[in-house]
Design a protein around this ligand. Structure first.
Ligand SMILES: N[C@@H](CCC(=O)N[C@@H](CS)C(=O)NCC(=O)O)C(=O)O
Length: 215
């Protein structure tokens, strides 16, 4: 089966698939979307224009949660989903809480990085939303070493790259420690960075972010 992942180094949604690929020991090439994310050229392949997208023998699968599920169901390597249906649904729920209530707000804040074009109202409402998202995650996540059940799951692939940005972006907008009132998330964040597969991908993200900030 020929697989190829369209990706970009700074995307937390791409990083979640890269952690999954690393943890399962898969060999899937990562390529830049032709013309760039959001370009007309790339939209001919993937109508959403977003990364990640998985090319499966010429069929393009968008959306990171769908890609996670596809790779989990079709590829060999370490299982990242519990066998128990209820535990497995819990992993999906925790991933969704992180994606919807943290990831969506982070995405909006990325668009407000430039102080010259920034809307204070958008920043305020998205920072409020992000803090509520962190509180929601705090209510469902284990304090490490992994998000659920003491072993690596797809939830860890999703959450770690989002926390990478949470801990960097809120201070950039003048906020304090975003995890100060979220002790489970704070302990989890300390622990998950010690997983080798997670650490490798987060390190690459750090390098790409430093390069972007240096202009
Ligand atoms: N819900 C999507 C979100 C993906 C996403 O927002 N990707 C961003 C990069 S972090 C992107 O490609 N943005 C380009 C665009 O919106 O045109 C997923 O889970 O895959």
């Amino acid at each position: 089966m020929a697989l190829q992942l369209y990706g970009a180094p700074l995307s937390p949604y791409v990083a979640k698939i890269m952690i999954q690929i690393a943890a399962k020991g898969l060999d899937i090439p990562i390529v830049s979307p032709p013309g760039g994310t959001g370009s007309d050229e790339y939209k001919k392949l993937n109508p959403t224009g977003k990364v990640p997208a998985l090319d499966v023998n010429g069929t393009i699968l968008p959306e990171s949660a769908a890609i996670q599920a596809y790779l989990e169901n079709t590829q060999a390597g370490k299982s990242l989903m519990p066998n128990d249906f209820l535990e497995s649904a819990g992993v999906i729920a925790t991933s969704q809480i992180a994606d919807l209530y943290i990831g969506e707000n982070l995405g909006a804040l990325f668009g407000q990085m430039n102080p010259k074009t920034r809307s204070d109202d958008i920043v305020k409402s998205r920072l409020d939303g992000l803090m509520k998202g962190i509180a929601r995650l705090n209510a469902v996540i284990a304090p490490g070493p992994y998000a659920q059940g003491g072993t690596m799951t797809l939830a860890d692939c999703t959450i770690a790259p989002l926390l990478f940005y949470v801990t960097r972006i809120i201070p950039m907008f003048g906020g304090g420690d975003p995890l100060a009132d979220a002790s489970n998330v704070a302990a989890y964040w300390e622990a998950i960075q010690r997983d080798n597969h997670v650490a490798g991908v987060l390190e690459d993200m750090g390098v790409a972010l430093a390069k972007m900030q240096a202009g």
